[in-house]
Design a protein around this ligand. Structure first.
Ligand code: APR
Ligand code: ZN
Ligand code: ZN
Length: 361
């Protein structure tokens, strides 16, 4: 029988979110119901609420979550009730061309739960990124559950489900940062600072953090940046070149998602280096670059979607490294809040006051 729980719903474009009673069906074949313990507030949740992603209102928000599997449907063998899991928004299919050629992180047929969660009156909810975890419980495809060490704090674990994984993965998976590389990160919010952590973990010897907000630069320093540049007052391309013997960085990670910061990334990179775009642009943005520079400067211009992560490979590994003290994912949790505080958390996020607010249930 469907269960009644609390969930944070965005009812319509730019309307404040509401705490509603929602109905979570019993898991069908291939599905799991997860009791949510913590869920981070991500920009994508705000974009959903603003109508910037789709117009399939009402949305059940929240997607950076960790919790315990409560029940599973027929045929589920990968997780069982009682497992501590991080939810991911890319449950790979195992059968598409990308999966079959051994690159499941590029799967083009990822899936979510088939059944719908609803409001009490039967209105179907669209779960954010197929998750919907600002709720006591949520229904997902079992492949969206990745088991990790249950000793870790849920508030920390959940963050790997989206932004922090995107940033770390942009450095270690997409950028392929290696020992001794020079790295620049443009935009040091949650994603950019995670890229700093990833670069440090991969052994980068020089990590230059760029932002227009000194608070973010201070955080980047504490996360492992060796140099910081406020690009409101200083040309970051010049400084990055100076700090790298006049060459530019081996890997430049753009974690803002704007044409002007992309251009900085492009020119701050050494010949044959790599630019990684992990910031998400909006539909009206365009980029103009001299094609001769694109050719002449060589190297690679890459995009990083979810940090090119493979949850089954990357989540347990990063949680283990955190538990061993080799990375500090806890530093991304600026504050823990209640399920009724999401609207205020959006305001603080918009003002740049937090890396992450995390709803703890
Ligand atoms: N130059 C440098 N930094 C900038 C600039 C700029 N022109 N404009 C904004 N920033 C900085 C902000 O000061 C902030 O620290 O970029 C950072 C963005 O961080 P957040 O707003 O916290 O966003 P985050 O969650 O890190 O996501 C970054 O990735 O997932 C996407 O949609 C997300 O596009 C966004 C990006
Ligand atoms: Zn696939
Ligand atoms: Zn997210």
């Amino acid at each position: 029988m469907a269960q009644e729980v609390r969930g944070v719903v965005a009812p319509g474009k730019n309307e404040p979110v509401r705490l509603e009673t929602i109905l979570v069906p019993d898991p069908g074949p291939g599905e799991a119901v997860v009791k949510i313990q913590a869920c981070g507030v991500c920009h994508t949740d705000l974009h959903y609420k603003q109508g910037g992603i789709t117009d399939e209102f009402p949305f059940l928000l929240g997607h950076e979550a960790a919790g315990v599997v409560e029940s599973v449907g027929d045929g589920v063998t990968d997780v069982a009730p009682g497992d501590f899991v991080i939810l991911n928004w890319r449950a790979v299919c195992g059968a598409c061309r990308a999966c079959l050629r051994g690159r499941p992180q590029y799967c083009f047929d990822t899936h979510n739960a088939r059944q719908k969660m609803t409001l009490k009156d039967g209105t179907e909810l669209t779960p954010a990124l197929g998750i919907g975890a600002f709720a006591d419980k949520t229904l997902v495809a079992s492949g969206q559950c990745t088991k990790v060490d249950p000793e870790v704090s849920p508030a920390v674990a959940g963050l790997l489900g989206c932004g922090v994984m995107a940033g770390i993965g942009a450095a270690i998976n997409t950028g392929g940062v290696g020992r001794g590389d020079s790295v620049a990160v443009i935009g040091c919010g949650g994603v950019g600072n995670a890229a700093v952590v990833g670069a440090r973990l991969a052994g980068a010897s020089r990590i230059v953090a760029v932002d227009i907000d000194d608070r973010k630069l201070d955080t980047a320093k504490s996360m492992g940046a060796t140099h910081t540049v406020n690009s409101r007052t200083t040309d970051p391309v010049e400084v990055i070149r100076e700090l790298t013997g006049g060459f530019g960085a081996d890997v430049v990670i753009e974690a803002v998602g704007r044409p002007e910061t992309y251009r900085q990334a492009f020119y701050a990179r050494d010949l044959a280096g790599t630019v990684v775009l992990v910031g998400v642009p909006t539909p009206e943005m365009t980029l103009e670059l001299p094609l001769l520079d694109v050719f002449g400067r060589g190297g690679a211009l890459k995009s990083s979607w979810y940090g090119d992560c493979l949850p089954s490979r990357d989540f347990p590994m990063l949680i283990d490294l955190h538990q061993q003290g080799r990375i500090d994912l806890g530093a991304f949790v600026t504050e823990t809040i209640g399920i009724g505080d999401v609207e205020q958390a959006f305001t603080r996020m918009h003002a740049g006051d937090v890396l992450r607010s995390v709803v703890v249930l």
